[in-house]
Design a protein around this ligand. Structure first.
Ligand SMILES: [Zn+2]
Length: 246
């Protein structure tokens, strides 16, 4: 389905706050009467990947509208699996509109998770290693080893609240993979990174260790709002820290 197409331009990397965009429809693959796979030259729809659920929203053409059901990354191309709400996809000029309320919640949860890596490393006095995360409903981040005692988690939680209040900037840049070990030798996810990419995206919360990450982030910690630990799920080799933002 993606054969012969150039890689999709990822607008959510260029501007995670982009809610509407214009694009060209490159390929349509019908899936029965009511569904279709759509590939655009550019998109603001984030695929399900790296613990982040897919964006929701609509793609519209001159005389048709399709609702996003799934978004996937397939060898550099973003594939939108859509439900056709009206008309039939034709023409190449389309508009996309993402469900901003959902995406913004994901950006806040996601950035809150990065900030917690920092707070937990500080509170435990050791660099934590993340083993996974999920920022959809039932949001959690998992860390290697045994959960620290309750008072340590509480002090990390308090530190996070303090850093949120301090309105720290959150910056993203793309650097060569070879530079990564220089700028982020202790990043909590350093062992989990794909080694294929020659360039890698790094997110830095002011005053914290840079973290390699391809996700979408807010610009300022204050946007996280209230951060709350909801529980801990100890597993054999790691534990899930369940949290949410309000
Ligand atoms: Zn991230």
């Amino acid at each position: 389905m993606t054969e012969g197409l150039a890689d999709t331009r990822l607008l959510y990397w260029e501007d995670p706050y982009l809610q509407e965009f214009d694009a060209s429809l490159l390929r349509v693959e019908p899936d029965g009467q009511k569904y279709a796979y759509l590939i655009l030259d550019r998109t603001a729809f984030h695929p399900k990947s790296g613990g982040q659920p897919a964006d929701e929203g609509v793609i519209t053409g001159s005389s048709w509208e399709a609702k996003i059901r799934k978004v996937m990354m397939v060898s550099g191309k973003i594939v939108h699996w859509t439900q056709i709400l009206s008309g039939r996809s034709e023409g190449t000029a389309v508009k996309g509109r993402i469900d901003w309320e959902w995406r913004y919640l994901l950006m806040r949860r996601h950035t809150a998770g990065h900030l917690f890596d920092h707070c937990l490393s500080t509170a435990t006095g050791t660099n934590v290693k993340t083993t996974g995360s999920w920022i959809g409903e039932g949001c959690w981040v998992s860390y290697a080893g045994k959960s620290p005692p309750k008072d340590v988690l509480e002090s990390a939680e308090k530190m996070e609240a303090d850093l949120i209040r301090r309105s720290l900037s959150v910056k993203t840049e793309v650097i060569p993979q070879s530079e990564l070990m220089k700028v982020a030798p202790d990043a909590p996810n350093i062992q989990r990174l794909p080694s294929l990419a020659d360039r890698i995206r790094v997110v830095t919360i002011e005053g914290c260790e840079p973290i390699p990450c391809g996700g979408t982030h807010i610009r300022n910690t204050r946007e996280i709002g209230q951060f709350k630990i909801l529980g801990v799920r100890q597993k054999p080799d790691d534990y899930d820290l369940i949290y949410d933002v309000k």
